[in-house]
Design a protein around this ligand. Structure first.
Ligand SMILES: [Mg+2]
Length: 368
C-alpha cells in the first residue's frame, strides 16, 4: 500500500452543553480529521488532542504540525505501508501519541476498507455491543447535577461517572447516591486534581460504594497511587498515567492501579491499546474504554476496540447526542444501555461530506 495524499481537515463541533472537568471548560470541540488516500481506498481518523495542552502535553495545532512535518514524511518514504508498520516507522519521533494514533488509524482504516475487514475483527474483538456509560461534567450546583444525572439515567445509560475536583467531590457524590440509591453504577474521575496529602479526604469516598476512582493524582505519580491505595478502599483506575503498554505493566507491577482506562489517542493508537489490553488481561486487571469527546469517526473505532474480551467494565462510549446535536457521521445511538460495535469494513462508519464541509474551518492536502 502506498499513500497518494493525506488531507488534514479542521472542523469545529458545537457541544450540546459545556463540559467542565478539573482542567477545562469546553463549549466547542475543535477536531483534526485525517483522511488518507491510497489507490484502493480512503481511510479516516480523528485526532483527539484538545485546543490547549490541558489534558496532556499535546494540543491540536502542535499535533497538526508534527503530522505534517515529522510523521507523514516517514510514511511517504516507506516502500510498502500497512497499518501494522506505522508504529515502527514513527517510533523515532518521541511522544506525540495523539498525532501518531490519528495517522496510524487512518492508514489502518484505508487498509481494512480495501480488504473488506472490520476493525473489530482485525483487533480480535468478540463482543457485538458495548455497555455504555456517561461522563457527567462538574456543574455549578448540586441540584443541576442531579437533574443532569436523572436525564442520563432516564436515557438508559448503564453507568454514571462524575467528574470531581477539590471542592466538588464528597457532597455531589453523596447527593447522587441519596437521590438515585445504591443500585446505580457510579464512579468518579479526578483528572489528576489531587495530591498525596489528600488521601484521608479521598478515603471519605469509600462509603459511597464507587466502582472506581479514576486518576486521582498527577500523571507521573505512580508511587503516590501505591501509597493512596493503602489508605482508600475504592479501587484506583489510571487514565492519564497509562501512556503505553510499558506504563501499564509498571503501574500494575507496582500496585499503582487495580483497573485501567484505555484511550487510543493517549497511548498512540489501537494497536498499542490492544497491547495494553493484553498486558492487563494477563495480570487479571479489568479495562474499560475511555473517551475524548470523539465524533462518530473516533467513537466508531473506539467501539471496535471495546469489543475485546477484557473490556469488562462499562465504557465512556455514549451516544452521539450526549455531545453533539449534529455528528459528522450518522449518529451513534444507544439502546438499553448498550451501543453496537460497527460491522462495516474499517472503522465501519463514513463521514457525511456535506456536514464535514459545513463545519470545516481549514483544509490542507499533503502529497508525497
Ligand atoms: Mg479520565
Amino acid at each position: 500500500m502506498k499513500i497518494r495524499a493525506v488531507e488534514l481537515i479542521r472542523v469545529t463541533m458545537p457541544l450540546v452543553a459545556p463540559f467542565r472537568t478539573s482542567f477545562a471548560v469546553e463549549t466547542n470541540r475543535d477536531v483534526l480529521l485525517v483522511r488518507v488516500e491510497t489507490a484502493e481506498a480512503q481511510g479516516w481518523a480523528e485526532c483527539v488532542a484538545m485546543d490547549s495542552p490541558l489534558y496532556s502535553s499535546e494540543y491540536l495545532d502542535g499535533a497538526q504540525q508534527v503530522i505534517s512535518d515529522h510523521l507523514l514524511p516517514r510514511l511517504f518514504a516507506a516502500d510498502e505501508l500497512s497499518g501494522a508498520a506505522v508504529g515502527g516507522l514513527l517510533a523515532p519521533v518521541r511522544g506525540h501519541r495523539m498525532a501518531k494514533s490519528a495517522v496510524e488509524t487512518a492508514v489502518l482504516d484505508a487498509e481494512l476498507r480495501a480488504m473488506g475487514m472490520p476493525l473489530s475483527q482485525y483487533l480480535g474483538a468478540t463482543a457485538t455491543e458495548v455497555v455504555s456509560g456517561v461522563s457527567v461534567g462538574i456543574q455549578d450546583t448540586v441540584p443541576e447535577l442531579l437533574d443532569a444525572v436523572e436525564e442520563y439515567l432516564d436515557a438508559g445509560y448503564a453507568r454514571i461517572k462524575l467528574k470531581i475536583e477539590p471542592g466538588w467531590d464528597l457532597a455531589p457524590v453523596a447527593a447522587v447516591r441519596e437521590r438515585f440509591g445504591e443500585d446505580i453504577v457510579l464512579q468518579v474521575d479526578a483528572n489528576s486534581a489531587y495530591h498525596r496529602a489528600d488521601a484521608r479526604h479521598l478515603a471519605q469516598l469509600d462509603t459511597f460504594g464507587l466502582l472506581l476512582i479514576e486518576q486521582p493524582l498527577a500523571e507521573e505519580d505512580l508511587a503516590g497511587n501505591v501509597e493512596l491505595a493503602k489508605v482508600i478502599r475504592t479501587p484506583i483506575c489510571l487514565d492519564e498515567s497509562i501512556v503505553s503498554a510499558q506504563a501499564a505493566y509498571e503501574a500494575i507491577r507496582t500496585g499503582a492501579c487495580a483497573i485501567v482506562n484505555i484511550k487510543p489517542g493517549r497511548v498512540g493508537g489501537y494497536l498499542e491499546s490492544r497491547r495494553i489490553h493484553d498486558v492487563c488481561a494477563a495480570a487479571g486487571i479489568p479495562v474499560w474504554a475511555g473517551g475524548m469527546l470523539e465524533t462518530g469517526i473516533g467513537r466508531a473505532a473506539n467501539l471496535a476496540l471495546a469489543g475485546l474480551s477484557n473490556f469488562t467494565l462499562p465504557s465512556d462510549i455514549s451516544a452521539s447526542d450526549r455531545y453533539y446535536a449534529q455528528d459528522l457521521t450518522e449518529p451513534i445511538t444507544m439502546t438499553g444501555g448498550r451501543v453496537a460495535v460497527p460491522t462495516g469494513p474499517g472503522i465501519g462508519i463514513d463521514p457525511i461530506p456535506e456536514v464535514v464541509t459545513e463545519l470545516t474551518t481549514a483544509r490542507t492536502v499533503i502529497q508525497p
